[in-house]
Design a protein around this ligand. Structure first.
Ligand code: ADP
Ligand code: MG
Length: 721
């Protein structure tokens, strides 16, 4: 390291006001945009570069290529055009020819007599040279603007790119040399340029290659900071927690598996092995179980729960909706009854009296299962038990397996000894919820398994969910048929015909109604209208309606009718989005499909094609936005959830995906997790290795300091060096 070199941490303490050209007023508006220090300013990297080393005379300028020309402004004109917009016209001569330039930016300043540089493409319009909205710079504003690669910094706080450029130039001169804080062997191994060079070249490169190398280095640094932060967090989670060693015997699992009408797929086996290894370990599990809809995550989760139960612990499953919780409860208790591990709840329901029922299960090896949501309560050995009974039994440890909604951990439910929590479809299960779980279990950390059918691109798994281990079920059970997807612009006769013919061949159909942003009421109204319309146009067919404002008992009744095949066509809002499993339903019609997000469409489509008969998905949409068009096209093109998830990330941009939490450690300014995916892989590997070796960063003091300052809250617990 160069002596006297300044670290980013040091520069983070130097207010941006110290930079020439930035007074108190500008500093205040910059601060609002997150640029408070010199370090922030240096990390405000150009969004692109103009190659002003490619300058041309107008007499032989190539058309249609990015060029820079220099000249004198002969005349300017400002006009109001349609839509209240302003058009600015200027004629510029460089002595060899004249070009007309136009801008639609009312704030643009240009005056007759100025010497200017203009970068952009030149075209021929009505026999004259024209440039539309070129980057304009007054000539003589300094050597920074001409005859070289010119950075275009994102404009901030009314500072023009030229002003930002000048400020960065000043900041850079006074900050260099900038210290290297990464281990030198790492920098060398990955072939990165050093930090000082990177900051100099990202802002004022000699050529575009230098700019690319510089950006790559700074992107790496950003990803590396994030990954070290995640590695530290994970290390803490694991090593400062009190986990449970689940060492129960395998009988319950074996009995359950033996009674299943199928064999686990290889992928299910692998995932289960990974989970069981975590369960046996004294360190708490934080694992994400990923698998397409229908890949059979539930069976894997049930095995894990039975493993916990056989060791004397309780297990809980939390589902996102009541419908799904009920479905899990029914499925799990039926499978356990089938395996001889629990009473058949229907048989129990026929008995009378409750006192004896509880005693009845005690002698056997049975598994007591309860459903506990805000509206529903049931246990598999006593269907008429009251809510307070069930809550009491859970607290006393008499219930082994509790099925509820996500609210389960928020409500006043306590467990005697919760050993495993399974969370279905909430991969955003955060630090806060984990703390709640710990509180529910008297201070030790239950193992946590998060299941999701939302495919998470590898890059996101390494960032947003980077402190979780991941198991992937990447194989579907045999006998599934692919789903064919069609796009039509209206709910026309062909769609009605398709529905009729599917029903005629003994199958069932979902019709999902438009998403109504933030209004359950309106969604219900539109679903009801659609239900009435279809009841009329599909006369002779049994049409049902399911939406979020039905009472739980009504919802259950509708779902039961549909499962039993007494409803042919189920008109629904997105309440059916997750998990609903009716293999006889083969057709999914989505109305105004372009208004749904890609992952939601993928989830909806996953409701069909779950049985042997081929599925069809009909997307009704007349997209009004380019994004809507891209989503529909992607859905028609592929059923691969990971491909869709990556496309979704591309369409929405990483900002919306990562930046949901303001200024957290995933708030990336330079790196782009899709474009820089390879860097991310390196950053993660290096970061985890470094933290493994030096979990307190005792031998990486400057790096620790940088993390503390740049990641802030996220690593607030890092010791000051
Ligand atoms: P997921 O929760 O991953 O969407 P489920 O666990 O609901 O999927 O399983 C979907 C369906 O596949 C269920 O009906 C389940 O019984 C069945 N299933 C699960 N695993 C297998 C398997 N290995 N072979 C055949 N069918 C399976
Ligand atoms: Mg599921």
């Amino acid at each position: 390291m160069t002596t006297g070199a300044r670290t980013l941490a040091y520069l983070s303490a130097v207010p941006v006001e110290r930079v020439k050209g930035i007074g108190p007023a500008r500093a205040r508006s910059l601060a609002k945009l997150g640029i408070a220090s010199v370090a922030d300013l240096l990390l405000h990297v150009p969004r692109r570069y103009l190659d002003r080393s490619r300058t041309f005379d107008l007499s032989d300028v190539p058309l249609g290529e990015e060029v820079t020309i220099f000249g004198t402004v002969l005349s300017t004109k400002r006009r109001r055009i349609s839509g209240g917009r302003v058009m600015i016209d200027a004629r510029i001569s460089d002595g060899t020819n004249v070009v007309d330039a136009v801008w639609f930016n009312p704030y643009l300043k240009i005056e007759e007599g100025w010497e200017v540089a203009m970068s952009g493409t030149v075209s021929m319009y009505r026999g004259r040279l024209q440039m539309r909205s070129p980057e304009l710079e007054r000539f003589g504003a300094g050597s920074l603007a001409v005859g070289r690669i010119v950075p275009v910094h994102p404009a901030v706080a009314k500072l023009s790119p030229a002003k930002v450029r000048a400020a960065v130039d000043n900041a850079l001169r006074r900050s260099r040399p900038i210290a290297e804080v990464l281990p030198p062997d790492l920098v060398e191994r990955l072939g990165l340029v050093d930090r000082d060079t990177a900051f100099a070249d990202v802002h004022f490169p000699d050529d575009l290659d230098a700019a690319a190398r510089a950006r790559r280095r700074l992107a790496f640094d950003e990803l590396f900071r994030l990954e070290v932060g995640l590695a530290l967090r994970k290390h803490r989670q694991v090593h400062e927690a009190t986990g449970i060693v689940h060492d129960g015997a395998g009988e319950l699992v074996d009995a359950y598996l033996a009674a299943l009408p199928y064999e686990l797929t290889g992928a299910q086996r692998r995932a289960l092995d990974e989970i069981e290894a975590d369960l046996r370990s004294p360190l708490p599990m934080h694992r994400l179980l990923q698998g397409e809809v229908g890949s059979g995550k539930t069976a894997v989760a049930v095995c894990a729960m039975l493993r916990a139960v056989s060791g004397g612990y309780q297990a809980a499953v939390m589902a996102p909706t009541e419908v799904l919780a009920t479905q899990h409860y029914l499925g799990i208790s039926a499978a356990l009854a089938e395996a001889g591990l629990a009473p058949d709840r229907r048989a129990v329901a026929d008995e009378v009296g409750t006192e004896s029922l509880f005693a009845a299960r005690r002698p056997g090896p049975e598994v007591a299962v309860a459903l506990l949501t805000s509206n529903a309560v049931e246990v598999n050995f006593a269907p008429r038990a009251s809510r307070s009974d069930v809550v009491g039994w859970v607290a006393a440890g008499d219930i082994d397996l509790v099925v509820g909604t996500h609210a389960l951990i928020q409500e006043g439910v306590t467990f005697a000894r919760l050993g495993l929590a399974v969370v279905d479809e909430q991969h955003r299960f955060g630090v806060y919820q984990r703390v709640m779980l710990r509180e529910k279990s008297q201070g030790y950390d239950p193992d946590l398994l998060i299941m999701t059918a939302t495919p998470i691109p590898r890059t996101l798994a390494m960032t947003l969910y980077g402190d979780l281990d991941v198991s992937l079920i990447d194989e579907m059970p045999p006998g599934r048929s692919p789903v064919r997807t069609r796009h039509v612009t209206a709910f026309d006769d062909t769609v009605h015909e398709l529905i009729r013919s599917e029903v005629a061949s003994g199958h069932q159909v979902f019709v999902v109604c438009p998403l109504v942003e933030d209004s359950d009421k309106l969604a219900v109204r539109s679903a009801t209208a659609e239900y009435e319309r279809l009841s009329a146009s599909l006369d002779g067919l049994e049409v049902g309606l399911l939406h979020g404002q039905l009472r739980p008992a009504e919802k259950d009744a509708v779902m039961a009718e549909f499962r039993a095949g007494r409803i042919d066509v189920l008109v629904a809002t997105t309440v059916i989005e997750v998990g609903v499993d009716v293999p006889n339903a083969t057709t999914m019609v989505v109305i105004d499909a372009d208004r749904f997000g890609l992952s939601q469409l993928h989830q909806l489509r996953g409701r069909v094609g779950r049985g042997a008969a081929p599925g069809t998905c009909v997307l009704i949409a007349d997209p009004t936005t380019p994004e809507g068009e891209r989503r529909i096209a992607a859905m028609v093109a592929t059923t691969d959830g990971f491909a869709l998830a990556e496309e979704d990330l591309r369409i929405r941009g990483q900002g919306t995906v990562l930046g949901a939490r303001q200024a957290g450690m995933t708030d990336l300014k330079i790196a782009d997790i899709l474009r820089d995916a390879d860097l991310l892989v390196h950053a993660r590997r290096e970061a985890f290795a470094l933290v493994d070796d030096d979990p307190d960063l005792a031998h990486h003091r400057e790096l620790a300091e940088e993390l503390r300052i740049l990641l802030g809250e996220d690593v607030a617990w890092l010791e000051r060096s």
